[in-house]
Design a protein around this ligand. Structure first.
Ligand SMILES: Cc1cc2nc3c(=O)[nH]c(=O)nc-3n(C[C@H](O)[C@H](O)[C@H](O)COP(=O)(O)OP(=O)(O)OC[C@H]3O[C@@H](n4cnc5c(N)ncnc54)[C@H](O)[C@@H]3O)c2cc1C
Length: 391
């Protein structure tokens, strides 16, 4: 199969980061993936390695410790890390979202206190939106931040928060009083909540089907007193700020999904090469050839969609619909093709501990987080009705 660089000319910096991520995935991530899946623990050593290799904060300027690259480079890094193991790419994606918010909205004090240590992997973060009754519909969230003379008091809870068990700080979306000129149902603000704030606590670790080394937990806020410095961005614009960053988030998850599909195809090809060499009956049937061909075609298509959406974003052109299309297609493809891979390989892909069995489990959540497939379809159709089909 042609390598991406054969048909997609990359700038030097993009290629450099892609190669660094590929190398890191091969030497540092892949050998540990099965053990991490079993232990279901945050891989601190790999996280610190990513910090040392400059694989955190890909689009953040280098003066703050980022890689100073663009969205295309970010997509390439996410794909390569995910070929190593999706939970590690997930960590890169989470840092990218939090760092983008901190860099874009933060004061100098906030950048020094949170952004710089985050990009050096000295700190871990969470991005806390979801609540028991507010998943896809964030307009329903009930966590509140009441204003006091010197700051805010935060009350409420969040569920399914990545890094919840281990984060040093969380970016928390909470309801704040509506401004006269601002939105009502979406009157929310973002707060930086440090884990040692009195009143902050964490729930038990969730046990998940896939991406098991991405630790998840609920976060609880009981009369958490926050100073004015905890407010990130403009009061009342938190929902808008979060939505802006989710465009990049969807490109990231599309790339992570693509990495899972690529890994499934590479593993399947390797298994079948061995079977054909051993002249095993059924190893080269049309069913298998067609399945592999369909996988490769969708990998190519997902790459093209991700590259296009990333390119639009880098040129400052709204990429909302394109990012959602890329995320929808790449995540549905990952689920479809990991399922197909297990099917054509048979027992060898179904056995616990096999790479395909892990990929099959890791793929499923890509249709759920960062906006479910149904939510992506809503975004796409709303955009279509508003702006028509893209040129
Ligand atoms: C592994 C993992 C990691 C996560 N990490 C984080 C994190 O770090 N931070 C965070 O804030 N959240 C996180 N989440 C939560 C995630 O964002 C939510 O699961 C997601 O937004 C969906 O919300 P929900 O699970 O409450 O499902 P619901 O919103 O209750 O949806 C249930 C079903 O109904 C469908 N549905 C909902 N509304 C509509 C509609 N209007 N039209 C059609 N269908 C609809 C959905 O598509 C879905 O199929 C994580 C989740 C998982 C599984």
């Amino acid at each position: 199969m042609p390598a991406i660089e054969d048909y997609w000319p990359l700038a030097d910096r993009q290629r450099e980061l892609q190669q660094a991520a590929r190398q890191f995935a091969q030497t540092e991530i892949r050998p540990q993936a099965a053990a991490l899946d079993r232990s279901a623990r945050f891989a601190r050593d790999i996280y610190q390695g990513m910090g040392r290799q400059g694989l955190l904060g890909i689009t953040i300027p280098s003066e703050w410790g980022g890689a100073g690259a663009d969205t295309i480079a970010y997509a390439l890094v996410m794909e390569e890390l995910s070929v190593g193991y999706a939970s590690i790419a997930d960590q890169c994606g989470l840092v990218e979202l939090c760092a983008t918010l901190l860099h874009g909205l933060g004061t100098d004090y906030q950048k020094k206190r949170y952004l710089a240590p985050l990009l050096q992997a000295e700190a871990t973060c969470s991005f806390a939106l979801t609540e028991p009754d507010a998943g896809s519909d964030l307009g329903a969230l009930v966590t509140t931040a009441e204003k006091t003379a010197d700051g805010f008091v935060l009350n409420g809870s969040k569920i399914f928060i990545h890094n919840g068990p281990i984060c040093d700080f969380a970016l928390v979306l909470a309801r704040t009083p509506a401004r006269a000129d601002g939105p009502r149902r979406r009157a929310m603000s973002i707060f930086i909540v440090e884990a040692d704030t009195p009143g902050f606590s964490r729930g038990a670790r969730e046990h998940k089907m896939g991406q098991r080394a991405s630790e998840l937990a609920s976060l609880y806020f009981k009369d958490c007193r926050l100073t004015g410095d905890a407010l990130l961005g403009t009061e009342g614009d938190g929902f808008k700020h979060m939505m802006m960053v989710l465009e990049k988030g969807r490109i990231g998850i599309a790339s992570l999904s693509l990495g899972i599909s690529r890994s499934a195809l590479e593993e399947s090809l390797q298994i079948f090469a061995g079977r054909v060499a051993a002249e095993r009956p059924g190893a080269d049937t049309q069913t298998i050839q067609w399945t592999l061909a369909n996988m490769a075609t969708d990998i190519y298509a997902a790459r093209a969609m991700i590259a296009h959406a990333s390119g639009l974003k880098d040129r400052g052109i709204p990429a909302n619909m394109h990012a959602s299309m890329a995320k929808l297609f790449a995540s549905e493809s990952a689920v479809k093709h990991t399922t197909a891979a297990v099917q054509i390989v048979g027992l060898q892909g179904y056995t616990q501990g096999s790479i395909l069995e892990r990929l099959y489990r890791d793929a499923k959540v890509t249709q759920i987080y960062e906006g479910t497939s149904e939510v992506q379809r809503i975004i796409i159709s709303r955009d279509l009705q508003r702006n028509g089909l893209m040129p």
